[in-house]
Design a protein around this ligand. Structure first.
Ligand code: PFF
Length: 459
């Protein structure tokens, strides 16, 4: 991904690559369905709150580790631990991030494969079809889903293997704006044809009765996932940053763009959900069913815009997927002295097996619950997004806040205002780790064991 010197040639490259990483299935597929499952407004407002209070500071911390530590995520943490005379065991943070990235790659490829498959179906047109039946049919075949995710996974692996220094920049320059425009067009369509007032009410009204630790954990997990925090991706991208580029400013730009796309995706989808009386709590299938219903409604125009939508979604997924693979690929290549290509193929093989487990969650093992989690797909998603990401986020905060004091300077971070710099460090030292750990404990107790610890604490 980086140029020969291990650095991007200009400031725009980081912005494009990091935005390409952040904006993906998490925004257009994940955010709307998680908002739907978790009571709409409460989730959305918590999400925005956590993006600002925890997401942005931890995002900056992760980029910062990469920028000053250099190299692969494990190497960067180890180098900084050595420099600051800290324990080498801090590398556990990076290892856990890499583990999370592999699990995510495993299930991400499956959804991306479904998106590509839908692109072809959309080209044939949805008129006269029942979206529910189409969806049920498409996910019922283990081998068909395996075919589609394999294409996506191998394609991403090849690009990462060859290095994508020029490719990603030029592709993102065109495709990102196109994606933004298309999402806005969809919002426009929702406003004209759908039930926008119902959507706004659903997405932005505070529903106190739905407040529980599971919803809070889902909002933080989604915020971290959507911002690509906690998997080493931002460390890897930070390590290619030119010295003169400001961590703070670049982070604010990427975080704003990512949150904007997620909110717009919600505003594109929910007006249609309510207009067509679909179920907002449908879960992972929500986007597939609503969008196909809308494309069928649009007639000939839908046959044009449908494939375009899935194409752009696949592109957004692709730029995210290569960024998910990047940290483990550089790690393996540096640790074992493999060529980039060989290391990329090793990672693809690991992800392939993980994807097989996750595909099975849609069909052959769809009722094989694992504890409280419905099936292997849901279990992998929970383990990575809600369980591991919060732990890694805590580790990153503690490491930067407590161990890197001597490395943190206005110049290295780009924060010239002393108050803001101190505030950032305080958030990383105390606020972020303490709140993440409370949310993690309460959320896991609720989701995995069905125990709402707040009931005991608040009595
Ligand atoms: N942020 C991406 C999305 O919202 O789809 C997913 C992602 C990319 C997660 C890169 C993690 C990552 F390292």
């Amino acid at each position: 991904m980086q140029s020969k010197s291990g650095q991007w040639n200009n400031n725009l490259a980081f912005l494009l690559a990091a935005t390409g990483s952040a904006v993906g299935l998490g925004n257009i597929w994940g955010f709307p369905y998680k908002a739907g499952e978790n009571g709409g407004g409460l989730f959305v407002l918590l999400y925005i709150f956590f993006v600002i209070v925890l997401g942005l500071p931890v995002f900056m911390a992760e980029v910062f580790i990469g920028k000053v530590g250099k190299g692969n995520p494990v190497g960067a943490v180890e180098a900084l631990a050595k420099k600051t005379k800290s324990s080498r065991n801090w590398n556990l943070v990076a290892y856990s991030g890499i583990l999370a990235s592999l699990i995510i790659a495993g299930y991400y490829a499956v959804i991306a494969g479904l998106v590509i498959n839908y692109g072809f179906i959309a080209a044939a047109g949805f008129v006269g079809t029942d979206p529910g039946v189409v969806y049920a049919q498409e996910i019922s075949s283990f081998w068909e889903m395996t075919f589609w995710f394999s294409i996506f996974l191998i394609g991403s692996g090849i690009v990462v293997g060859f290095g994508i220094e020029k490719g990603i920049e030029s592709a993102m320059r065109i495709l990102l704006p196109l994606l933004f425009v298309l999402v806005i067009l969809m919002v426009g369509y929702g406003a004209v044809r759908g039930d926008m007032p119902a959507a706004l009410d659903y997405l932005f009204s505070w529903k106190a009765d739905q407040f529980n630790p599971g919803t809070v954990q889902a909002a933080v997990g989604q915020a971290f996932f959507s911002l690509s925090i906690g998997m080493g991706t931002l460390m890897a991208f930070g390590s290619y940053m030119p010295k003169s580029q400001q961590v703070s400013k670049s982070s604010v730009i990427v975080v704003t763009a990512d949150t904007g796309v997620a909110l717009f995706a919600g505003l594109a989808i929910f007006p249609l959900v309510f207009f067509f009386a679909l179920d907002p709590t449908a879960g992972t299938e929500l986007v597939f069913k609503t969008m196909t219903t809308a494309f069928a409604e649009m007639g000939l125009f839908g046959q044009f815009i449908g494939p375009l939508f899935y194409f752009l979604l696949a592109v957004a997924a692709f730029s995210s997927m290569i960024s998910i693979l990047e940290p483990s690929v550089v790690f393996v290549s540096e640790k074992f002295n493999f060529s980039r290509f060989k290391s990329s193929m090793c990672i693809v093989v690991i992800c392939f097996f993980l994807s097989l487990i996750s595909v099975a969650g849609f069909n052959v093992l769809k009722d094989a619950s694992i504890g409280a989690l419905d099936n292997p797909f849901e279990a992998m998603k929970y383990l990575a997004d809600d369980f591991l990401l919060l732990l890694v986020g805590t580790g990153i905060s503690l490491f930067v806040g407590h161990r890197l004091q001597n490395v943190i300077t206005a110049e290295a971070t780009g924060i010239s205002n002393t108050f803001l710099l101190k505030l950032w460090v305080i958030v990383l030292k105390y606020i972020s780790p303490i709140s993440l750990m409370i949310i993690w404990v309460l959320g896991n107790a609720q989701v995995l064991f069905g125990v709402n610890l707040l009931d005991y604490i608040l009595i």
